[in-house]
Design a protein around this ligand. Structure first.
Ligand code: HEM
Length: 416
């Protein structure tokens, strides 16, 4: 009942992962005509799975746990240590309730207002500039939005460094070289900054607005009724602001989609439903999260393959969003495919699958969609601009990836 040896059984394929990037799992699934194979990655035996049915078992908490599923080099950059991502059972539920309480309708409304204001101010500056790199601008804007929404003071002179650090945490993901080292330094700086904020809040030298992420996380108690340690509170508050800054990547891909599919641009005008579909299609088509990992809780058999206890299993996020069994013409940009979409939580998984309140699915999907919608509206309706010749290609071998030029625009004019 085990996996065929033909599937690279004991070859260490970590170098291939870096070589093939987002297509690593898909390439092998296609080669072997399967949705499951075994390999070696990060010095251990790993099972990779793909497809809707795979997503269903992956999010079954009776079968998988998260503790120790993320390699240390990713914890030390992207996630931080001892945060929500590695919790299980009751501890996870309690922490996740805390995260989801930050996403209240009222807070989402506040987020909308902040996002609009930050865009309004920025585009005025763009009019006076010869050219701008959208990704860099968006990262700074997202950093401003993230801090203001989360209740973290961000002095003007710090915006550049903080947004660069928060971007580097994400950029470190797929690298063991210089990007990893930059990510480690960025994490040390960011954690020290946010630990200080938590300290200030707990000694009432700083009072963030009620219900903000900084307020909720600083005063949250763990299962034993004690406040989180300053360090863990900092890791969790960074779990709010870091991914908001990461939305800059999707905004850049959104601008690319608009540029390469000019027919979409008209449809975006005064059509909220279309804007939503456009945003969903950007999240589906463009690469961001390649896969997510969990470990086997107890031995079980699926599709005639045995999963033994503690084995690391990777779910093919990028592959599921491009699975031709699920999506017609999966590599085509077609927002309309979301018009009658059935909301299946296991077929559209850019930010994980299943139920966000009980499982590990992203806590910030609504936040992502709201910020992207506002941003796409500004780019599509409120300004006009020229896109000069530049290298817009993005490599699927680099994780995370981005159009090479960062999307340069010129001659920005405010339309209305
Ligand atoms: C978890 C992607 C934005 C907060 C996740 C997961 C993915 C993901 C793939 C893991 C799912 C799993 O382990 O099964 C993304 C992408 C984003 C994004 C691509 C767009 C830039 C956000 C935002 C926030 C956020 C804006 C908060 C404001 C979280 C948290 C978790 C998480 C707290 C951990 C959930 C848990 O372990 O229970 N995200 N995310 N994310 N995300 Fe996001």
């Amino acid at each position: 009942s085990c996996i065929p040896l033909s599937c690279l059984c004991n070859l260490e394929s970590s170098p291939m992962l870096y070589f093939e990037g987002y297509n690593f799992i898909q390439n092998r699934c296609k080669r072997y005509g399967t949705n499951i194979f075994q390999t070696r990655l990060f010095g251990q035996r790993v099972i990779c799975i793909s497809g809707e049915e795979a997503a269903k078992i992956f999010y079954d908490e009776k079968l998988f746990y998260r503790k120790g599923a993320t390699p240390k080099f990713i914890q030390k950059t992207l996630f931080g240590q001892c945060g929500v991502q590695g919790l299980d059972g009751v501890s996870h539920k309690l922490r996740k309730v805390m995260f989801m309480s930050i996403m209240s309708p009222q807070n989402l409304e506040t987020l909308d207002e902040i996002t609009k204001k930050v865009w309004q101010n920025r585009i005025r500056r763009w009019e006076r500039k010869e050219r701008i790199i959208l990704f860099d601008e968006a990262s700074e804007m997202m950093c401003k939005i993230a801090c203001q929404w989360a209740g973290i003071p961000l002095p003007k002179e710090e915006i550049k460094q903080r947004s660069k650090d928060l971007s580097q945490l994400v950029d470190a993901f797929g690298s063991v070289g210089i990007r990893h080292v930059q990510g480690r330094c960025a994490r040390l700086r960011t954690e020290s900054w946010i630990r200080d904020i938590i300290d200030q809040i707990r000694t009432y030298r700083l009072v963030p607005y009620k219900g903000s992420a900084a307020d909720i996380i600083s005063w949250h108690s763990n299962v034993n009724g004690e406040l989180l340690s300053t360090q863990i509170a900092a890791v969790e508050l960074i779990n709010i602001i870091r991914p908001i800054v990461a939305i800059a990547t999707y905004i850049t891909f959104g601008a690319l989609a608009m540029y390469q599919n000019p027919c979409c641009k008209n449809k975006l005008k005064n059509n909220d439903e279309y804007v939503t579909m456009f945003v969903q299609e950007v999240r589906r088509l463009y690469p961001f999260t390649p896969f997510v990992g969990a470990r086997v809780k107890r031995r079980f058999v699926w599709n005639n393959y045995a999963f033994s206890k503690r084995t690391l299993v990777l779910l093919d996020i990028y592959g599921i969003n491009h699975d031709s069994k699920i999506w017609r013409d999966p590599y085509k940009f077609e927002p309309e495919r979301f018009r009658n979409w059935d909301n299946n939580p296991f077929t559209f998984v850019p930010q994980g699958g299943g139920d966000p309140s009980s499982g590990h699915r992203c806590a910030g999907e609504m936040v992502t969609i709201e910020i992207m919608k506002e941003s796409i509206k500004y780019l599509g309706n409120n300004i006009s601009y020229k896109v000069p010749a530049q290298n817009l290609k993005y490599s699927l071998m680099r994780m995370p990836t981005l159009p090479k030029s960062g999307f340069i625009i010129r001659k920005v004019k405010i339309e209305n």
